[in-house]
Ligand binder design. Structure first.
Ligand SMILES: NC(=O)c1ccc[n+]([C@@H]2O[C@H](COP(=O)([O-])OP(=O)(O)OC[C@H]3O[C@@H](n4cnc5c(N)ncnc54)[C@H](O)[C@@H]3O)[C@@H](O)[C@H]2O)c1
Length: 376
């Protein structure tokens, strides 16, 4: 099948690595036949890298509508700013093309529901390329926890701080403006975490958070912005199964950064990326878990994302990283943001169904007018 990339920015090269892994392993994979970026130089440089890695130069476009008209594409990967996801997805579905979306599924839950509805309307496949639940290591973790390796999960803690030196995350100013990115780092980074939380321990029922914008101005020397997206959030939540969570992230930390995830169950502790420490003193390395629980899964999360897309198109297999799960991850983030705004805990279901949307309204207000769809 032929695939096109729309957007050749920061994350696109990691997707080439995924396709390359599949090609080297002689697994069925997509041919990257076209790429598109508004920035022609970037698109050309990316096409050259693609040729080096995959052996064929994709055709370059600067207009994605032209690309989907002229190319014989089965699928696209949408690698664009969050406020464009719903627009480009609809155009691709309407042209009969399946879509792999980058996280977050959409700029906000309303637009996430729109993407799901459009996929259904046009009968096309939608997957989300969410690396925190894909790839052998992450799949092994989720399967081992669901298998009861650490007993019933009762506490999950996830902390990360980074320093931006008051410039932009990944060199992109749009990430700090909620009308473009949906929120601050709690959304851009946060959906990875919330997607993983629910993958290992089921739905989250209720969330409470405090959020803040500590750094009122960011600049890379050329562009200066006043961020409207939060740079720091401290969140507590309760899973449907009664387990509790404590989650914190900040891009406004200076001097020393920190990070780590601890998943505690009745029989032991899972340290993602490291090991399991069981109450009986046994330590199980991640490598052993992969051999036991996910030997057939591609190692690279993005390689796995293309396997999921392929199988969803050709065999109608429901992907691990589905649009529905992407909407759930996004809704947990928005539940945190809603609670920080109104000062009360918020049920994730109320955000997912559109019952509560006070924070979302502030995002929609800041969106570029021509990127808004009429709200139902
Ligand atoms: N680990 C991950 O899963 C991960 C990591 C980074 C980014 N992402 C996601 O990938 C997406 C892109 O992020 P990024 O960091 O690559 O952003 P980026 O800003 O570096 O890249 C976006 C690219 O899209 C191009 N573009 C913008 N509008 C366009 C249009 N209308 N037509 C064609 N091209 C257009 C820009 O010129 C730019 O090159 C976001 O959804 C982001 O959240 C995922």
């Amino acid at each position: 099948m032929n695939i096109g990339f729309i957007g050749c920015g920061v994350i696109s090269t990691a997707h080439l690595e995924g396709l390359e892994e599949l090609k080297k392993a002689n697994r069925e994979t997509f041919e990257l036949s076209a790429v598109c970026d508004l920035n022609e130089n970037r698109a050309n440089a990316f096409a050259a890298t693609a040729e080096e890695r995959l052996g064929k130069r994709p055709t370059v476009y600067t207009d994605y509508k032209k690309m989907i008209d002229e190319e014989n594409l089965d699928a696209v990967s949408v690698l664009l700013d969050h406020d464009l996801h719903h627009i480009v997805a609809e155009d691709c579905f309407a042209a009969g093309i399946h879509v792999q979306m980058q996280k977050p599924l959409a700029i906000s839950p309303y637009y996430g529901r729109k993407i799901l509805a459009d996929a259904k309307k046009y009968g096309r496949v939608l997957t989300v390329s969410e690396p925190s639940v894909l790839g052998a290591e992450n799949v092994a973790m989720a399967r081992a926890i669901k298998d009861g390796i650490i007993g019933s999960v009762n506490l999950l803690m996830d902390y990360v701080t980074v320093t931006l030196h008051r410039t932009f995350f990944a060199g992109t100013a749009w990430r700090h403006l909620k009308g473009r990115a949906g929120a601050g780092w709690i959304n851009d980074h946060g959906v990875h975490r919330t997607h993983m939380f629910t993958e290992v321990n089921g739905p989250i029922r209720e969330v409470f958070a405090y959020t803040e914008i500590f750094e009122k101005e960011l600049s890379d020397g050329n562009t200066t912005i006043r961020p409207t997206g939060e740079d720091t959030s401290v969140t507590v939540f309760r899973f449907d199964n009664g387990g509790l969570g404590h989650w914190m992230c900040s891009t406004a930390a200076h001097g020393e950064t920190m990070g780590g995830v601890w998943i505690y169950g009745s029989k032991g502790c899972f340290r993602p990326g490291k090991h399991i420490a069981l109450a009986n003193g046994q330590t199980i390395p991640v490598g052993d878990l992969i051999m036991q629980y996910a030997p057939e899964v591609a190692a690279h999360p993005f390689a796995h994302s293309y396997v999921e897309l392929w199988e969803a198109i050709s065999d109608r297999i429901v992907p691990i990283s589905s649009g529905e799960r992407g909407l759930e991850a996004l809704s947990i983030v928005y539940a945190a943001l809603e609670s920080a705004l109104i000062g009360h805990p918020v049920k994730v279901e109320d955000i997912m169904n559109g019952v509560r949307h006070a924070y979302e309204d502030t995002v929609v207000k800041e969106m570029i007018p021509e990127r808004k769809s009429p709200l139902i």
